[in-house]
Design a protein around this ligand. Structure first.
Ligand SMILES: [Fe+2]
Length: 369
């Protein structure tokens, strides 16, 4: 922590170590509501700080013995806030790069399947709530929905003495730039994808119901179209389901992105059929989605829910097909920023010449609650 600044890695480390820190977000209200750091405090002081108001932070009720980290969108106005707080005798730091940089902060949580050595590690981009998975058994591993630098997954694999054998996505993502191709190149793992996926790069085709074995684990491919036509879920050892953007712990996938008119209705119907297939799995199946709504805390708790619990908690799951289509289409949230550009890059399998942070800022919006 130099020059009253703190890097993403340093703050990530403090939170991982459960060190006390008071995070003060000074962005405008709307930006705060859109996405934020878990357990942060908010004071809309952006305009006032920019206008040179020196008293705007006078009523901040922060503990004196805890460092303050100020946060804005890109790490500029937060420096003004830090200056004011330092003058008041606080130990304050500005988060370098602001939320735009925090987009790549991450943490992890683990879950071991009962009576096996199959370990599921959920790797979470904490700001956006993107969840990727590295699953290992008997010295081998697979990675699903990589959304961070390949080193993140390679380091986790190394820590566990795993060799990454296969990498795959649950679908062509529209809200972040997938890193699966990069990870395949860096790890020399086989890049797999459902056989009907419309992408412009080569991959090893997998089919509905196919089983892929690694260590003592078995991953079964379940084609679950609806959110997108190629959407695929992966069932691990008949126990845990990587449900992609088809089923979340608080909602279902949205069928409207990259489609309009009649096609949206067809996709909603297809999503209903896919959900019925998922609901026919064992009720104690653990659902592990590709996203969560809101900021992920540094609590080490894996984001999961049993299928039985979801059946009672998500009202859309108890509707008949026609009602499901009607209600889900009525609840569609605003479209995510830049989703067509991001989906096109993911289809191409390359983001050369593009700075991911410029496209990926903002909350995830793949769900209907
Ligand atoms: Fe998605």
């Amino acid at each position: 922590m130099e020059n009253s600044k703190i890097s993403i890695q340093e703050l990530q480390e403090l939170l991982n170590e459960k060190q006390p820190v008071f995070i003060l977000d000074i962005r405008p209200q709307q930006q705060w509501e859109e996405w934020r750091i878990a357990d942060s405090f908010h004071k809309d002081a952006y305009t006032e700080l920019n206008n040179g108001d020196k008293n705007i932070l006078d009523d901040i009720n922060a503990p004196r013995n805890v460092p303050i980290v100020t946060v804005c969108a890109a790490g500029r106005v937060s420096q003004i806030a830090t200056g004011l707080l330092n003058e008041k005798g606080y130990e304050a730091y500005s988060l370098e790069g602001g939320m735009k940089a925090w987009n790549y902060a991450w943490n992890k949580a683990e879950y071991t399947l009962e009576h096996t050595d199959v370990k599921i590690i959920q790797v979470r981009r904490v700001a956006k709530g993107c969840l990727s998975y590295i699953i290992g058994s008997g010295g081998e591993a697979i990675v699903v929905d990589a959304s961070l630098d390949p080193e993140v997954y390679l380091d986790i694999a190394k820590e566990h003495n795993w060799t990454i054998r296969y990498v795959m996505d649950t679908h062509i993502h529209a809200d972040y730039i997938a890193r699966t191709r990069e990870l395949a190149a860096a790890s020399r793992a086989k890049h797999m994808l459902i056989n009907n996926a419309e992408v412009e790069y080569p991959y090893t085709s997998i089919e509905n119901h196919q089983a892929i074995c690694f260590g003592d684990a078995e991953l079964r491919v379940l084609h679950t179209p609806g959110h997108t036509w190629e959407s695929t879920s992966y069932l691990i050892n008949d126990t845990a389901l990587l449900s992609g953007d088809t089923l979340f712990i608080d909602g279902v996938g949205r069928p409207d992105l990259k489609a309009d008119g009649e096609e949206v209705v067809r996709k909603a119907g297809s999503l209903f059929d896919s959900l019925q297939r998922i609901l026919s799995l064992q009720p104690d199946t653990i659902v592990l989605p590709a996203h969560t709504a809101g900021a992920v805390p540094f609590d080490g708790k894996i984001i999961k829910q049993s299928l039985a619990a979801l059946m009672t908690e998500i009202d859309l799951l108890s509707l008949e097909k026609e009602a499901f289509i009607e209600v889900s289409l009525h609840r569609i949230p605003p479209t995510p920023p830049n989703y067509l550009t991001i989906a096109a890059l993911n289809k191409k399998g390359s983001y050369e010449g593009v700075i991911p942070a410029d496209l990926e800022a903002g909350a995830n919006r793949c769900a209907i609650g």
